[in-house]
Structures are given as C-alpha cells and as structure tokens.
Design a protein around this ligand. Structure first.
Ligand code: IMP
Length: 205
C-alpha cells in the first residue's frame, strides 16, 4: 500500500518529548528527524478542539512543508474532578507560554480540598501519521491520581504530581524506561511502531 520510506519526521520541537519518543522507538529512531532539524519552518498553530485534531494538524503541516511522512502527537491531562480539564489545553493551562511549573501550580490550586478518592486523572496521547496517500492515528492512555504536592525530580510537565498507583511512584520518580513502559506516550508510540510495520513504512536499516 505504501512505498518504503527512508525517513520519518516527528513534528515537534519539544526536546523532553523527543527524548522519550526516541527511547520508545529504540534503534530505528536514528532514522527519524524532528522539527528541530527544520529551524526555518514557522510555528504550527494547534487550533484543534481535540487531541486527535491537533495531532493531525501537526502531522499534515509537517508533511506538506517538508514532503517527509510525519508523525504529530498531542497529549492532554484529563482530571475527573475538573470535568476533564486541562485536556487539550494542558500546555496553556496557566496561560499562553505558561511554564511547566506554573501549570502545575494552577492544577494544585484548583484541586485544593478535593479528597484523595476524587483525584483520579489520566494522560491521553494521540499520535497521527500523515504521508503520501495515508492518514492514520493511534492513542495511548495512562491512569493515575493527582497528588497534593510535587514528588520527584525527573520527567517534565505534570510528572511530579501524576502518581501511578500500581507503581507507588509519580512519573517524576521513575526512570525514563519505567515511565515509557506504562505511559500514555509509550503506549501510543508502541502502537505507532506496529502501524509503521504494517504499512511497511520502514526506516532505512
Ligand atoms: P503535548 O501536546 O505533548 O505538547 O503536551 C501538552 C502538555 O501536556 C505539555 O506541555 C505538558 O505540560 C503536558 N504533558 C505532555 N506529556 C506529558 C508527560 O509525559 N508528562 C507530564 N506532562 C506532560
């Protein structure tokens, strides 16, 4: 269905995400480039109303501008006590260009007084693949609870307050390998690796 392709583009400039994605994809990730390799490409505006729309907006824009089959991904933290917020607005929760730390501060303040049993949340990641004549997406989910204070120094974003009950640790207390083993992004990108195999979109060996 799809010709063999020598390169894929991960449509992000976020180095935290790229480190995780390269680790999840393993050896073949040397054949992936990212938007960091295309410094002249303008910003891609994430104007979608859903994670899936944003993932496709990024992947389509990157493919159209470079001609390289592209993977766009978008992640949201869905907090039950906040009716699913911040969701698609996770990166801008505390305002445009908000830092990770300010977003976490806002989350902790909105969750003040919410009892432990009602602090359930999940990370959801959608990864979309766009190339010549094909568009497909996969997703991955990781369930957890929002702590009342930060724990751990690793990871990024909301990791210090996202506690995964089965492991007894926050994402920020896990090694990269442990986080990738259970995370939303790990699940989505392992599904993406399977999809790439099925489509015979194979990075050069
Ligand atoms: P993005 O769509 O992948 O850029 O993610 C949107 C926002 O969600 C980021 O700016 C982070 O604040 C947060 N986020 C995404 N992935 C993770 C993660 O693995 N851990 C913690 N926060 C994350």
């Amino acid at each position: 269905m799809v010709a063999r392709l020598s390169r894929l583009l991960i449509a992000t400039r976020n180095r935290d995400k790229l480190e995780e994605i390269r680790s999840i994809l393993g050896d073949s990730s040397q054949d992936f480039v990212s938007l960091i390799d295309f410094p002249d490409m303008g910003e891609i505006v994430e104007s979608g109303a859903t994670l899936e729309e944003n993932a496709f907006i990024k992947a389509r824009a990157a493919f159209q501008r470079t001609g390289i089959p592209s993977i766009g991904d978008d992640t949201g933290l869905e907090v039950d006590a906040l009716d699913g917020r911040p969701g698609v607005y996770s990166s801008r929760y505390a305002g445009e260009n908000a830092t990770y730390s300010r977003n976490v501060d806002k989350l902790l303040s909105e969750m003040k007084g919410v009892p432990p049993a009602e602090r359930t949340a999940r990370f959801r990641c959608v990864a979309a693949l766009v190339g010549p004549g094909f568009e497909q997406s996969v997703d991955g989910v990781c369930e957890g609870v929002i702590l009342e204070a930060r724990r751990g120094d690793g990871g990024f974003g909301y990791d210090p307050v996202f506690f995964v009950q089965e492991t007894g640790r926050t994402f920020a207390e896990m090694s990269l390998a442990d986080k990738n083993g259970i995370s939303h992004r790990g699940r989505a990108f392992r599904a993406m690796a399977e999809l790439l195999k099925k489509l015979a979109v194979q990075p050069r060996g």
